[in-house]
Write a protein that binds this ligand. Structure first.
Ligand SMILES: NC(=O)c1ccc[n+]([C@@H]2O[C@H](COP(=O)([O-])OP(=O)(O)OC[C@H]3O[C@@H](n4cnc5c(N)ncnc54)[C@H](O)[C@@H]3O)[C@@H](O)[C@H]2O)c1
Length: 347
């Protein structure tokens, strides 16, 4: 076998350990050589736990000493931009956690830097890598659904404000449920639809419960420092005449504790995720065309695999830098439309 590619991780938190490092350690063609965290103790503990030879508090020192080929950026959202640009400047292919950045301008700069460097920049929008999503995309391309004119994407929690990390801090996180969970269903929906061009966005955000309550399904938070929205309702209008409605919440008085789903309504058939189900109506009776019993829960590793295989030259698609930019642009437009109380034209 040819020489192993060297991998480093920037940001030694939970997603870095459970997903990125866990996946890289399964690949015989990779060698996990270094971890960086601005808190030196976290980098040291992470390296010790996973048997990684080098730990750093300073990323540039890591690049100089270890010269990795691949870098995973798993720092908090606010630092994705600078960490990705630094990795690209040091000649690395990059897998960056979602959301791509804090603004579309940053995401565009990251995309352009990757193009100039001739390196792969992928984002971990892993729901599109579930087998369910992939199968559905194939059926959409094959025309099974016909013209899809209404899409409903939902990432809802009844009382699921994260009680850890910086998820309730708008300055550090960039937003609430839209940035954290809604963005996954938005990406999965846009992927299945083939990223149709968006014409206009309207949206409403609410902050009704996060500032009043203090505990829920995912522990406790401080309502006094809760600065993000707790629910978003948005409509995207496409140039092709279709619409996508997105609903997402950390807290909302609904019956199910959580919903992660996308529904596609075509003029020939309908479909839903997750799991994948494709159906039709025949004289008022529901007819199933395809149904998976259980959603693919290997999607996170599938996303990592697509990235590494792509870097290794395999013809597999990734959640690429241009699509990351488009998603970031939609997130910004949704917040802008909600803040202004008017629709926002995209192009
Ligand atoms: N794809 C997914 O489903 C998914 C799931 C969880 C988290 N995430 C994303 O992963 C990222 C990290 O989330 P997490 O839950 O692992 O957070 P975490 O708080 O567990 O870990 C973040 C780590 O980054 C370190 N850090 C802070 N600033 C840094 C910097 N400038 N450079 C390097 N390291 C720095 C922190 O000390 C911490 O150890 C976030 O962007 C989050 O949105 C994505």
């Amino acid at each position: 076998m040819s020489e192993k590619l060297k991998v480093a991780i920037v940001g030694a938190g939970q997603v870095a350990e459970k997903v990125h490092a866990a996946y890289y350690l399964t690949r015989p063609d990779l060698e996990l050589v270094a971890v960086v965290d601005t808190t030196a103790e976290r980098a040291n503990d992470f390296a010790a736990r996973l048997g990684i030879p080098h730990a750093f508090a300073d990323a540039q020192a890591m690049y100089q000493q270890c010269q990795p080929d691949i870098v995973s950026v798993c720092s908090p959202n606010r630092f994705h931009h600078q960490n990705v640009l630094q990795a690209l400047a040091n000649g690395c292919h990059v897998m960056c956690e979602k959301p791509p950045a804090m603004t579309p301008e940053q995401a565009a700069e990251m995309r352009d830097a990757a193009r100039r460097a001739g390196k792969v920049l992928a984002y971990d929008f892993h729901h599109r890598f579930a087998l369910d999503t992939q199968l559905l995309r194939e059926q959409v391309i094959a025309g099974t659904l016909g013209e899809i004119y209404v899409t409903n994407a939902k990432a809802l929690r009844r009382c699921g404000v994260p009680g850890w990390g910086v998820f309730t801090n708008k300055e550090l996180q960039g937003g609430g449920p839209l940035i954290d969970i809604g963005i996954h269903m938005l990406d999965a929906a846009m992927y299945v639809l083939g990223f149709p061009a968006v014409r206009r966005v309207t949206a409403h955000t609410f902050q009704k419960l996060g500032t009043r309550k203090h505990s829920g399904q995912f522990g406790e938070w401080d309502p006094k420092t809760y600065t993000v929205e707790d629910a978003v309702f948005a409509t995207l209008e496409f140039h092709n005449g279709g619409i996508l409605r997105l609903e997402t919440s950390f807290a909302l008085n609904i019956v199910p504790q959580s919903v992660m789903s996308v529904e596609f309504c075509g003029d020939n058939a309908g479909a839903s995720l997750f799991p994948a189900h494709i159906y039709q109506d025949e004289g008022g009776e529901l007819v199933t065309l395809m149904q998976r019993e259980k959603a693919d829960d290997n999607r996170h590793f599938n996303s990592m695999k697509a990235f590494v295989d792509h870097v290794q030259g395999a013809p597999v698609s990734i959640a690429d830098a241009e699509q990351g930019y488009l998603i970031q642009q939609l997130v910004a437009a949704i917040y802008q439309a909600a803040e202004q109380g008017t629709s926002v034209d995209i192009c």
